[in-house]
Design a protein around this ligand. Sequence first.
Ligand code: PLP
Length: 404
Amino acid sequence: MIDIAQVRADFPILQEKVNGKPLVYFDNGATSQKPKVVIDAIVNYYTTINSNVHRGVHTLSQLATDAFEETRRKLKSHFNPKHEHEIIFTRGTTESINLVATCLTNLVKSTDEIIISALEHHSNIVPWQMLCERTGATLKVIPMNDAGELKMEVYDELLSENTKIVAVNHISNALGTINPVEEIIEKAHKVGAWVLIDGAQSCPHMAIDLQALDCDFFTCSAHKMLGPTGIGFLYGKETILNQLPPYHGGGEMIKDCSFDKTTYAELPHKFEAGTPNIADVIAFGTAIDYLNQIGLSAIEAYEHELLTYGTQELIKIPGLKIIGTAKNKASVISFNIDNIHPFDIGTIVDKLGIAVRTGHHCTQPIMNRFSIPGTIRASFAFYNTKEEIDRLVAALQRAVTMLS
Ligand SMILES: *Cc1c(COP(=O)(O)O)cnc(C)c1O
């Protein structure tokens, strides 16, 4: 059970007012809020141990290195990869996917095929299109049904010996669909393809065991799971990461460097060129601790309750249509009301202190699939409440009255 009053007290921003009204933050799919311990971790780092990592013998550098590497250990125990060095720090999901798509360039032939899904975020579409342009490989897309669920029978037909990599999200940020990633991975492996799972939306909401999942790559953004912006990680299986060339060249990533020849450092440093985002890596570790203190199974159960309640209350509004009605869904509700433009509704509820997302959510192909310009999206986190959902419903009713 989540002690909701205690949890809300941990997040300073939840005590703020927006446009004179207590903030209702329902844009967690875009980024989560940060508990005070995470904010403090950043300040404490700069106040007490700021120093560059992996270099100096001096005390501060060692303290900074220990705190930095401690996060990698926390991520290992939280996500259960086989090895700690399979966790590569990046700026987040977007950079992680670009790293993989770029480093695969010389391993992909013009006869190869890359499979993504109709539910992808632009950051899991564009890097693969760019890889196809460089290599002549072909991009294939698993379509979805009207509920926003992937058509797995079509996936079966798309898979072949030509499939090099399958890249799909675990949970859709736009519709909330939880994809059958276990099945997707198992089937891809049968034809010898690698699988990248975009975990940007699953990490904040469910426990993930990378060895059990058996994907080849996995990506995560700290800022969607209570951590800072500008930090995340790429997981890759050791044997595969060792086959890839480095991504960026520079300091930290070399074993030996001369003008004739440079040899590269071992994992994970081979992929971590330059001074990393030390403060935010450390605060990411604090976010993982905080999340585990609440417990992901309690979070999942409570957010499911919010999804059920929110769905039941929202559909009472005349003319409201939910886009994305998959059987297996996370706490995201995307909807439209009659022919009112999502932006107009978003503007009115904002005046009432409620933050929802309006637009295409970086998933234009999904909007095209449903022939709509965008949706209004309410995405819940474990610090939200049913009373806040009631406030959203009341605000929407007011918006409809004003706009129709
Ligand atoms: C947010 C998101 C991304 C992009 O993550 P960044 O943190 O912006 O790099 C990719 N995929 C999904 C499903 C997302 O929700």
